[in-house]
Ligand binder design. Structure first.
Ligand code: KG4
Ligand code: ZN
Length: 342
């Protein structure tokens, strides 16, 4: 089937999101109810609270998406849902609801890996991407470099050995008292700071490695803050934020461009919540242009969690005939490599 109108659901973390996507690219509705204000007072996502909120919101958000698209359930061709990785209780709300819709409407079900969704956010707005490509996925839970050979065929080039890039942003933001979620707060603060003010380490790892490590950088910032406190030196949050952001971006950009050169691809994709970072977007654009690569990244609203990206990924799964049964379950620690190998 070429023509699809997919209702997609994403509830893996703190966003209750429903979208209706036509043919993997036309977004007929895209509703995202963020729980940020609920979790802000706790300084991070509280899993139990997240599941309850999803449960309260999911039916309302589905109705809203259908109304926005001016469609009724029988108009849809498929139902798609993120089934991992993520918070188990949060995922279960999306999985159970979507299975119920698929069963009641007698329309096929598609289970999508959250990270494949992030990758496919790029295909929502760029239908002319030519394979093979190298894709950097940077989110709160992942920092992964992959090569995409064709739709659904992935080769793993490297990944973080400890913290994900987004996780590092969140932890440093908390240490600086800037709040949650950390990425946008650090980015904003860094605008007033000097990225060369504080000397911080870059973990390049072994020659030719496309793995990442951010725990050394995180410790270096925490040590620097402790030292300042012990010596009674006033800290400049803007300078620390800018220097930290610089260290993360430099490693992400160089490793990604290095991988693209080695793999002899023509195009680089950027995906995940950290792809919303404008310093990363600008710096990677410049380096890609210097080296003759085309860089593609999603519009801001499709970088962080949303359901349109799940609908896009699901469209290509339909074309490959990859459907889920009604026994689909939430898999909180679903590995991308396990998902793609079967
Ligand atoms: O993809 P996402 O919405 O959820 C996960 O799949 O994890 O990514 C969330 C992560 C958070 O760690 C957040 O701090 C980070 O993306 N993030 C950013 C920015 N916006 C969100 N990091 C750096 N700069 C940003 N502007
Ligand atoms: Zn995400």
């Amino acid at each position: 089937m070429d023509k699809t109108i997919i209702l997609a659901v994403e509830t893996s973390c703190d966003e209750t999101a429903v979208a209706i996507v036509k043919d993997g690219k036309e977004v007929l509705a895209d509703v995202v109810a963020s729980q940020i204000s609920t979790h802000q007072k706790f300084g991070g996502v509280v899993p139990e609270v997240a599941s309850r909120k999803h449960l309260e919101l999911i039916n309302i958000i589905i109705e809203e998406a259908l109304n926005k698209a001016n469609l009724k359930i029988p108009d849809l061709t498929h139902f798609a849902v993120t089934y991992g990785p993520g918070l188990v209780g949060a995922l279960l709300v999306g999985v159970a609801t979507t299975k119920a819709m698929s069963f009641a409407a007698e329309k096929p079900l598609i289970g999508v890996h959250h990270i494949e969704g992030h990758v496919y956010a790029n295909f929502l707005t760029h239908s002319d991407i030519e394979f093979p490509v190298v894709c950097l996925i940077v989110s709160g839970g992942h920092t992964t470099l992959i090569k995409i050979l064709e739709h659904g065929k992935y080769e793993f080039l490297g990944q973080t050995r400890d913290d994900a890039a987004g996780e590092a942003f969140d932890k440093i933001s908390r240490a600086l008292g800037l709040g949650y979620p950390g990425g946008p707060k650090i980015e904003l603060k860094a605008k007033e700071g000097n990225p060369k003010a504080v000397n911080l380490p870059r973990a390049w790892l072994e020659e030719g490695s496309y793995d990442f490590s951010f725990s050394g950088l995180k410790s270096a910032v925490l040590n620097y803050l402790n030292q300042c406190e012990m010596k009674n030196i006033p800290i400049n949050k803007a300078d620390i934020a800018a220097s930290f952001q610089e260290a993360v971006v430099e490693v992400l950009v160089e490793k990604t461009v290095g991988a693209a050169v080695k793999e002899k691809v023509k195009t680089i994709l950027l995906a995940g919540g950290v792809a919303a970072n404008s310093v990363l977007r600008t710096r990677l654009s410049l380096r890609a242009e210097e080296k003759g690569f085309r860089l593609v990244y999603p519009p801001m609203k499709y970088c962080t969690d949303n359901a349109a990206m799940i609908g896009a990924a699901a469209h290509y799964k339909v074309l490959r005939g990859e459907f889920a049964g009604l026994n689909l379950n939430a898999v909180p620690n679903l590995k991308f490599s396990d998902y793609t190998s079967g």
